[in-house]
Design a protein around this ligand. Sequence first.
Ligand code: GTR
Length: 325
Amino acid sequence: MKILAKLAAGLLVAASFMAGAANAQTVLRSSDTHPDGYPTVEAVKYFGELVKERTGGRYAVEVYHSAQLGEEKDTIEQVRSGVIELNRVSMAPFNGTVKESIVPALPYLFRSEDHMHKVMDGAIGDQIKKAFEGAGLVVLAYYDAGSRSFYNKQKPITSVADMKGLKFRVIQSDIFVDMVAALGANATPMPYGEVYSAIETGVIDGAENNFPSYDTAKHFEVAKNYSLDEHTILPEVFVMNKAAFDKLTPEDQELFRQAAKDSVAKQRELWTAKVNESRAKVEAAGAKITTPEKQGFIDAMKPVYEKHVTDPVLKKMVEDVRAVQ
Ligand code: GTR
């Protein structure tokens, strides 16, 4: 009896150990500058749910929204060094690190959001993904961020001439600094979280972003003139630390890629709804939306291309983007 009991107890311990091992969960941390409920935050949460479900709970994702882990530039360093495993950021802060990421940040290169989707979902999108690996990152998905336009607290912008002398915060990329200079205005790259008070106190006159960011960061409260110049259709990237990705089994890697792909459809749907909601909200709150004479903006961008698209790889990529119908 005693021996049997001992055996049974031993089996129980072994069984619970095995169950414990099966339940062991690796929690992956992901950063986002946006508040809870924002389409990118929701898309990464959805990715996490799919991963958890499809791995039988072996992996889970925790999304730290609202810049809890820091501003984008800092969290990019965190994900590259492996302090965090995942990150959802804009493409532009990578412009100085991943040469190929310059292409989707170029002003007026994409003709429409549809054109951007075709490019990023195709061979050029894959080429950019490959280039991110050199920076220690695996691109899991490209998400939508609509188009970026200028807004300011001084006056409505109806043509390039109105831009003269205004001070704008731009996203942290030289392309954007030069874009603003080419329009006769002054650019200050600064972290997203500092923009509201910088506009409020008059350090800058305005910034540039899409409607959901203009809304959720509350910039519409301090800069009421939004001019729909739509200078870039800049996608977001959802990246994973490459060493962490390489540690996954090939099956899990495929599962992660598929979950990310599934989250793209979800994000695009949420994005479209959010743009409409945010636009209506800021207008109701008194934002004045104007549509400036766009050709002037397009023509002014020549020096930006001359300065940043000199490398043969980038020249070819720009040609390839233009050829995508
Ligand atoms: C938003 C983007 C953020 C952040 C922000 C900015 O459109 O979703 O990731 O890059 O712009 O301007 O800093």
